[in-house]
Write a new protein. Structure first.
Lengths: 524, 310, 360
């Protein structure tokens, strides 16, 4: 194995660009994912690929990494035309990829995971040594003998990166790497990337986070609707100008004025629950109150118990005792999801297809899914399909859902539109308490802004709203109070105006002091 | 208790457990790659009838065994095409294979029903076989029995130590991740399924050629299904498969035990014959109650078709 | 290594056309295979075709036999379909059928010398209840202990076969029956009335149609049926919506068991008129195929059970007149299911030529 730091400099290299794309196009049935893309990446350059969800960034990266073949266009690698037919070939060329959704195997150790990604056989002892060497060098310490399921999300990402680095890549593709990191961890990652860049490795940085791109990247290519809408130098741009390239108009701003909260609609009173997933997070002594007419946001990197909490709140995981969860004053810990809905609870889960909606059923049927009782869509055990269709139509119109009508299958809608439909379905039931998880994840900017505004509107109408989200900016924009969830515990609550992203970032590692809660109002 | 009786009981237990071991180990490999093949009964039946037919016509039981393996692998290929390439529902495809295989075996085996084969002699391992009680039971057996032990060690080593075994386990846990790294998930699953099929065919061949050298419709009598239950019972670990197989073998020959021990218990024959099936149910219940253990040990992608994007 | 020139590509919307065409395609492919198999066996394929598929229609009696055979298949398949739609895999219909036959026979034998019009309804209830009880077993074990219902219900099939064998060789054996494994013949009051003179078609067929109709309303127009459909399509969504998974499992297995039990009742109260150890000819397993070929839909099941009855009768004809073993019908049944599973793929996917390489 050779040294991981290539020694050629810009001056004496025989080629101009490490990677050059010309006219790359790729179409899927019904959509042109990439349309005539051109992009150049120099040695040692950190190049951002910017665009909102659905703009074609993932497809482009899959083409570069050999997972997908383009319909047209040329790829040049270090001056030579290449045809990248598989990830193995991409790796052989010197391209490494760190995926957004990690491709790690939980039941195997770090070392076994890395061994699978490396070509040829390796003596285990030598490999372990190499892993520790490389990980130390780049400030990403990992222990080769640990099983992946034991690792935190941040540690797993380190394994993904080290796995790439062991093959001495000359181009590293990072796909939305910071969505799972605390602000402090993001800084450490950036240090590593800058070090790599200084050593001559080029980096393709995929993201939609404008501040990070301005902080880190030398150049940026902006994608919109599958086409290149512009190239720019991030440090010379403002977030507004980059946003304009990304979405074609200015970033919408949320309207959010003060409200006086009413009665307590949700109370968590010492909620504790041991996880029943093999590698899950336990919930430890949670206290929280959400009142009518307020939005409480739970911040935190995924994997800290949010999924478990949501299942306990929805009733999918019933508790042994009834008092830790109180909905509208009633002790509901043992209630089934159906009974909780009767109390006025509505829920928008993180997964749309498969949980929030049934992919193979029509929107009408999906409306029956949760609104059957509340909207009177069932009588005498039989379905009232006419009423269901009319309700579905109302949802479509209220939230401007782009679809072929109430009879369209849920899976034919785009992510953003399906999320709008699900939101509409829940909001139109006039819930007393609404719980949402990741409400705008994977949704385009226009729909995201609409959803946020709708949540504020609902809160103004008197509903109590609990939002669990990984997007700190979103929570700061819409919440009246923010708490942080880390390692199964909840921090004290803060108003957005009384804290900062840095403080919340620190708290996301679990480092808050509990005596701060005594002074703060709004907690049980 | 009579030492002779104990020896014969042990002997019969080993024999009864052997086809279960072979079939279950094959299914285990297939399931560790994430593919659930419910067609075991059909593959065993076809393996049994083909092995019998080939042995009868060629006079060589080893040709028969190989033919049985080929028949089982061939059947599993049908399943593979349906479940892996065409991504049809794995449960339905496996069921179809079982129904088809059992029916086809009855059809193909009609001409062989009244026919007898020469028994295959046992292989006696000297010195060891002379150990009282267990020696005779364990070391004066058919070659296939020793093969089943060798198979156990081979599968154990393969899964725990070899790189291909590592890859198989990875595919079983997350085919999407394996694909993202660049491995050919479909090819690996096909190989796993074919291995499972070959072993199922071999297990069937053991029944018809080496055990009771004859063929009747219904010879397999649910052993394919029991093998499937065995894999769950063993939480996908080879050693527990061995253990379970011999336990089941023991249950299956309870009749022999009761008769030979001279106990005057008046159980109807059908009740005794139904014991292995009751045992399967009980064992399934015992192991499945521990939901955590199942979730921890079962291959995460088991039974789910893998759809590559492109 | 060259890539396969065709590839499967997901359709943006499931093809309604293929949903209907797929079973027809499967039937045609099975027929074609049949012709090939017959030729390969050295039998005249046209003659075999005629024997298999046309002779059952030659007179009223034969048509009566067709409907007579279709009735238990329809009953079992209807019960199975309710469960399959919800991902409840009841594979033990064969065993539940046998238990239904046992239950009905038990009532008939108990009231052996009584002549009353309440006997038949009592037998019907007995059969349905016994079948449902046999289906309750896997339901209980699945909901309480998470035991796989496929394996449990299947084991119960073998146990049921042994049970009926014990009964007819032992305690229920007809003392005047020359030691054959069968019970005494039932009293006339315990037999289903014949519908059409000159045939053996009895009230079992209208019973099956009634059950089919009830199932149709349940599956497509009722809220419990909707809940089960969701449970089958997306288990997580069902949990999210608050649909009880346990209730789904119980409903699926009890309906399947009761329906199969009714089928068992109709068999012993029909032409058989007694309980023997050959009471089931694999109806429970054939019903699985009927359910799939019928698309888990009431109308489809109606036609599919007639088709399957045809295959059964054809097998009997082949055995009688062409010296082929009756298990040939099982071969056809299996082939039909294979082809169906294969054709079903094209509901959600279509074949495309791989795009030629550009930009060389």
């Amino acid at each position: 194995m050779h040294n991981s730091a290539p020694s050629t400099t810009q001056a004496d290299s025989p080629f101009r660009y490490r990677l050059a794309l010309e006219g790359i196009s790729k179409a899927y049935p019904g959509i042109r994912a990439n349309d005539d893309i051109h992009m150049n990446v120099a040695q040692g350059e950190i190049h951002a690929v910017l665009g909102e969800n659905g703009a074609g960034k993932s497809t482009l990266m899959k083409i570069i990494y050999g997972l997908v073949r383009p319909d047209a266009g040329r790829i040049s690698w270090e001056g030579r035309r290449v045809d990248i037919t598989s990830p193995a070939q991409a790796r052989a060329l010197g391209i490494g990829m760190v995926f957004q959704h990690f491709s790690l195997f939980e039941t195997l150790t770090v070392q076994e995971n890395i061994a699978l990604a490396l070509p040829g056989r390796h003596r285990p002892a030598l490999l372990a040594e190499r892993i520790m060497e490389v990980s130390e060098h780049y400030g990403l310490p990992v222990d080769p003998r640990r099983h992946v399921h034991d690792l935190s999300v941040g540690e797993r990402q380190r394994v993904e990166i080290v796995r790439c680095l062991l093959q001495s890549p000359r181009l590293l593709i990072m796909d939305e790497p910071t969505s799972v990191l605390t602000p402090q961890a993001v800084e450490r990652l950036f240090d590593t990337l800058r070090q790599l860049s200084a050593e001559g490795c080029s980096i393709l940085y995929i993201s939609h986070k404008l501040d990070e791109i301005r902080d880190l990247c030398h150049h940026a290519t902006v994608l919109r609707g599958g086409r290149v809408s512009g190239h720019c130098i991030p440090s010379e741009e403002t977030p507004q100008s980059m946003a304009r390239l990304m979405i074609g108009r200015a970033l919408p701003v949320c309207e959010h004025d003060e409200q006086t909260p009413g009665d307590v609609r949700l109370r968590l009173a010492g909620l504790s629950h041991a996880s029943d997933e093999p590698f899950g997070t336990d919930l430890k002594d949670l206290h929280l109150e959400v009142r009518a007419g307020e939005i409480v946001g739970i911040a935190g990197v995924s994997g800290n118990g949010q999924q478990a909490l949501l299942r306990v709140l929805s009733g999918e995981t019933p508790l042994a005792e009834k008092h830790p969860v109180q909905i509208c004053g009633i002790e509901a810990g043992r209630f089934s999801p159906a009974r909780r809905r009767r109390l006025g609870l509505c829920l928008v889960p993180e997964e749309r297809l498969g949980r929030g909606a049934v992919p193979g059923l029509s929107l009408t049927d999906n409306a029956i899914l949760t609104a059957a009782r509340e909207q009177g869509l069932v009588f005498g055990g039989l379905l009232r399909k006419g009423r269901a269709e009319r309700f579905a139509q109302r949802c479509i119109e209220a939230f401007n859902v782009k679809c072929a009508g109430p009879s369209a299958q849920a899976r034919s809608l785009s992510g953003g539109n399906l999320q709008k439909f699900i939101m509409a379905r829940e909001i139109l039931q006039s819930p007393a308490l609404l719980i949402c998880s990741q409400p705008t994840w994977g949704v385009d900017v226009g729909a995201a802004s609409f959803i946020r505004q709708s949540l504020i509107g609902l809160r103004n109408a008197g509903t109590a709203i609990l939002v669990i989200s990984e997007e700190l900016e979103e929570l700061f924009e819409i919440s009246d109070r923010i708490v942080v969830m880390a390692k199964g515990r909840l921090s004290p609550a803060r108003k957005p105006g009384e804290t900062s992203m840095e403080e919340i970032g620190v708290w996301m590692s679990g480092l808050w002091s509990d005596d701060a809660s005594a002074a703060e109002g709004g907690n049980a | 208790m009579d030492a002779n009786l104990l020896t014969s009981v042990l002997f019969a237990t080993v024999v009864a457990g052997t086809p279960l071991i072979i079939v279950a180990l094959g299914l285990l490999v297939s399931e560790r790659a994430g593919v659930l093949n419910l067609g075991a009964e059909g593959m065993m039946a076809m393996g049994a009838v083909v092995a019998f037919a080939v042995t009868y016509t060629s006079g060589n039981p080893w040709f028969g065994a190989l033919a049985g393996m080929a028949a089982g692998a061939g059947m599993s290929l049908i399943f593979g095409v349906l479940a892996i390439t065409l991504q049809a529902n794995q449960v339905a495809s496996g069921l179809a294979l079982s129904i088809f295989g059992v029916g086809l075996s009855a059809f193909v085996g009609k001409p062989f029903e009244a026919v007898a084969l020469q028994a295959v002699p046992a292989v006696r391992i000297p010195y060891i076989a002379d150990i009282p009680v267990i020696g005779e039971a364990l070391y004066n057996q058919q070659l296939m029995v020793y093969f089943s032990w060798a198979l156990f060690w081979a599968v154990l080593w393969f899964l725990a130590r070899s790189r291909t075994g590592l890859l198989l386990r990875a595919v079983g846990e997350s085919p999407a991740s394996a694909h993202a790294i660049g491995y050919r998930v479909q090819a690996i699953r096909y190989l796993a399924v074919l291995f499972g099929g070959a072993m199922a065919g071999l297990g069937g061949a053991f029944l018809s050629v080496f055990h009771t050298p004859m063929w009747v419709e219904g010879l397999v009598a649910g052993r394919g299904w029991i093998a499937l239950a065995l894999v769950v019972f063993a939480t996908w670990r080879p050693f527990r498969v061995m253990l379970g197989a011999y336990l089941f073998g023991g249950v299956m020959i309870t009749q022999l035990f009761i008769q030979g021990s001279g106990l005057q218990i008046d159980f109807p024959a059908q009740f005794l014959s139904s014991l292995p099936y009751w045992a399967t149910i009980i064992v399934l219940v015992l192991i499945s109650r521990n939901v955590q253990s199942i979730r921890l040990n079962s291959p995460a992608s088991l039974g789910k078709p893998y759809r590559p994007d492109d | 290594m060259p890539e396969f020139p065709l590839k499967l590509e997901r359709r943006p919307q499931a093809s309604g056309l293929m949903r209907v065409l797929s079973p027809l395609l499967a039937v045609i492919l099975t027929l074609v295979s049949g012709l090939i198999i017959f030729s390969a066996l050295g039998k005249d394929p046209i003659e075999a075709f005629r024997l298999f598929f046309l002779t059952p229609f030659r007179d009223a009696y034969s048509i009566g036999e067709l409907f007579l055979k279709a009735a238990p298949l329809m009953l079992c398949a209807t019960g199975l379909a309710i469960g399959f739609r919800a991902n409840v895999w009841n594979i033990g219909a064969e065993g539940q059928f046998i238990l239904g036959a046992i239950g009905a026979s038990g009532v008939a034998l108990y009231f052996q010398d009584v002549d009353s019009r309440w006997i038949l309804p009592a037998m019907l209830l007995g059969g349905a209840a016994a079948g449902a009880a046999w289906g309750a077993f896997p339901a209980l074990l699945k909901t309480r202990f998470n035991a796989n219902e496929i394996l449990v219900s299947l084991m119960l099939v073998y146990i049921a076969q042994l049970l009926v064998s014990w009964l007819v060789f032992g305690p229920w054996r007809d003392p005047d029956g020359f030691n054959f494994p069968q019970t005494a013949m039932f009293h006339d009051a315990a037999l289903l009335p014949t519908l059409i003179e000159g045939t053996r078609l009895n009230a079992g067929f209208p019973l099956a149609l009634l059950v089919l109709l009830a199932a149709y309303v349940f599956m497509h127009h009722s809220y419990p049926g909707f809940r089960m459909k969701v449970a089958g399509e997306a288990a997580q969504a069902a949990r999210y919506a608050g649909f009880s998974a346990n209730r789904t499992i119980w409903t699926g297995l009890l309906c399947g068991g009761a329906a199969a039990g009714l089928a068992g009742f109709s068999e012993v109260a029909g032409p058989m008129g007694q309980l023997t150890d050959k009471v089931s000819l694999g109806y429970g397993f054939a019903a699985i195929i009927v359910a799939f070929v019928g698309r888990l839909h009431a109308v489809g099941i109606l036609f599919a059970s007639l088709l399957m009855a045809l295959l059964y009768l054809g097998g009997e004809q082949a055995q009688q007149y062409m010296n082929l073993p009756s298990s040939i019908s099982m071969v056809f049944q299996g082939l039909l299911l294979f082809f169906l599973l294969g054709s079903d793929v094209f509901i959600h996917y279509r074949l495309r030529l791989r795009a030629a390489r550009h930009g060389s």
